[in-house]
Design a protein around this ligand. Structure first.
Ligand code: PMT
Length: 224
């Protein structure tokens, strides 16, 4: 099959976002940025205009050579940075792990443990970035742009991935298992499954993320 070179631009998101509780504490997750970084590097080989939008990733995953590198700290900042880059003929790959909730209030000063027995933090939902991007593409009639999501799950990978693909208006979703003991996040070998609305199309098992990223990029080059 002929390679797909119709995209003028790619936006790849990577890493965790941070939602501050007080000046010294925040809510986040264990994403290192490795997966998004290597996908962005691979995509550059066939889409020269790549925007790499990242949260607080490890230093070595903060700068993709040849790409426009953009830092976004919070989930709202990540959404705004991607929306600002959105055009027609754009391939968007959301490998980032945005925090789904943020504190309703950020304390101005460090919360002192001496002043309280326990601590209740009230959270509100963050916007879903892919849903916002889907709405924005429809609104602007950018019909030839494509959204690719990830599904990070601890159970029922296919079921949850297909639900997210449908709700978020994605062409493909890349499912992977995540968890505390060496699963999914950081410097580990991992496995991915790529789903369309009709089910699984491709899987790559137990490989370093460099190899997974190449497999994802090759797949998208042909099918996205
Ligand atoms: O960075 P690494 O250490 O290499 O780890 C890689 C990874 C595990 C973070 C990566 O492979 C991965 O799975 N990224 C997606 C993490 C995630 O947020 O998954 P989710 O199933 O919660 O979200 C589904 C999709 O919606 C994702 O594409 C996510 O980027 C997106 N999302 C999530 C929350 C939100 N508020 N808005 C979103 O658009």
């Amino acid at each position: 099959m002929k390679a797909n070179t119709r995209f003028k631009k790619a936006i790849i998101s990577s890493g965790p976002t941070r939602e501050w509780i007080d000046p010294v504490r925040y809510i986040s997750n264990a994403s290192s940025g490795k997966m998004g970084f290597h996908i962005a590097k691979e995509i550059l080989s066939w889409i020269p205009n790549v925007v790499y939008v990242h949260g607080n990733v490890s230093d070595k995953y903060a700068n993709v050579e040849g790409a426009k590198n953009v830092y976004a700290e919070t989930t709202i900042a990540l959404r705004d940075a991607i929306v600002a880059e959105l055009e027609n003929d754009t391939l968007v790959i959301m490998a980032a792990a945005p925090a789904d909730f943020r504190p309703i209030m950020i304390a101005e000063n460090k919360i002192k443990k001496e002043t309280t027995v326990g601590l209740m933090i009230e959270l509100e939902k963050n916007p879903d970035i892919l849903m916002a991007l889907n709405a924005s593409l429809k609104d602007k009639k950018y019909d030839s742009s494509v959204l690719i999501g990830f599904a990070a799950e601890t159970e029922k990978l296919e079921e949850h991935a297909l639900g997210k693909l449908e709700r978020k208006g994605l062409k493909f979703i890349i499912g992977n298992y995540v968890g505390k003991s060496n699963t999914g996040f950081g410097e580990v070998d991992s496995s991915i499954r790529i789903f369309s609305k009709d089910g699984m199309i491709k899987e790559i098992n137990n490989q370093p993320k460099e190899i997974l990223a190449k497999g994802i990029s090759d797949f998208l080059k042909e099918h996205a």
